[in-house]
Design a protein around this ligand. Structure first.
Ligand code: HEC
Length: 284
């Protein structure tokens, strides 16, 4: 996306958040969720909360293309890939155990705060942790291909369950604040925040793309993307997508599974509270 393509967008700092001077309480987080979801409810009154899992396909500005997408979903292009994903998921480790024995949280509750390490557990991190604990090699590429397929195979088992991330621990809320900060901070040569595109300009057309609402981001991931199919790697985790969005504003992408994107994933997941999982998804 070029700077010219972005010129039509509103970049005024219309804040629907206020930065608190003291550590956030659980009530503050609840108020954030209410404001974020309320903003979209007002902006797109015809779109139900659950529909945001469909990303840009849910928005009225995309309605011309929605019929095509619905047709495509009758025989989703990811079906054969999901068969492969399920086989990979059920293939036993050398020690006879398998992914089914891994100590994973419910998919709709990730990322999970771990007070012992003051770290965030993502599903991707837990899958690699389980591989290591069982004497298997962890997966190197954590944002596409096999890792994305395994994430899809696990998450789809929780389809229909509402996003519910726990921020009751003060440590979890520190991570939340970090993600929130990242989401609203302007960056890159084009000086755009995530919110500039996915909140203030959600539903706007930019050079043939419609900007999705930040609400629902990640719920349908991993995605199978036509654009990524061209290079033979159609699957991407949400961290792969974050990298792409950072590059669009000519900012350096951060590392998949690094601190910044884990915090961002937590912030987006919390904003999605109540949106039911719908995995996997197809995107353009
Ligand atoms: C210059 C505008 C722009 C900025 C800034 C931007 N994005 Fe995006 N983003 C896009 C476009 C275009 C797409 C593809 C169409 C769509 O789904 O919105 C996209 C897609 C996404 C998706 C995939 C949604 C789905 O369901 O397929 C996620 C998640 C996302 N962006 C998150 C972010 C985050 C987090 C940030 C901040 C780090 C960010 N974006 C910054 C333009 C932007």
């Amino acid at each position: 996306m070029t700077k010219r393509g972005l010129l039509g967008l509103v970049v005024s700092a219309t804040m629907i958040i206020a930065t608190p001077a003291v550590a956030m309480t659980e009530a503050d987080v609840m108020a954030d969720i209410k404001a974020f979801q309320g903003y979209f409810k007002k902006k797109f009154p015809g779109v139900a909360l659950a529909d945001y899992a469909d990303g840009v396909n849910a928005l009225p500005a995309y309605s011309e293309r929605r019929a095509n997408w619905e047709l495509l979903m009758e025989f989703p292009p990811f079906d054969p890939e999901m068969e492969k994903a399920r086989k990979e998921w059920s293939k036993p480790f050398a020690n006879g155990k398998g992914f089914g024995d891994c100590d994973l949280a419910a998919a709709n509750t990730y990322p999970v705060y771990d007070a012992d390490t003051d770290d965030l557990r993502t599903l991707v991190g837990d899958i690699n942790g389980c591989l290591k604990a069982n004497g298997e090699k962890p997966i190197k590429n954590v944002k596409r291909s096999k890792m994305a397929r395994l994430v899809a195979a696990y998450r789809e088992q929780f389809n229909g369950q509402a996003m519910a991330v726990d921020v009751s621990h003060p440590g979890a809320r520190r991570w939340y604040e970090e993600g929130r900060q990242f989401y609203w901070a302007k960056r890159g040569q084009l000086n755009f925040s995530c919110a500039n595109c996915h909140v203030q300009n959600a539903g706007m057309k930019v050079r043939g793309d419609v900007l999705s609402a930040g609400l629902g981001h990640g719920v349908g991931f991993p995605v199978f993307r036509t654009k990524w199919s061209v290079s033979g790697k159609p699957w991407g985790t949400v961290h792969r997508r974050y990298g792409g969005c950072n590059k669009q504003v000519r900012a350096n992408p951060f590392k998949a599974q690094g601190r910044e994107y884990k915090a961002l994933e937590l912030y987006e997941a919390v904003m999605n509270t109540g949106v039911p999982l719908k995995v996997p998804s197809q995107r353009q």
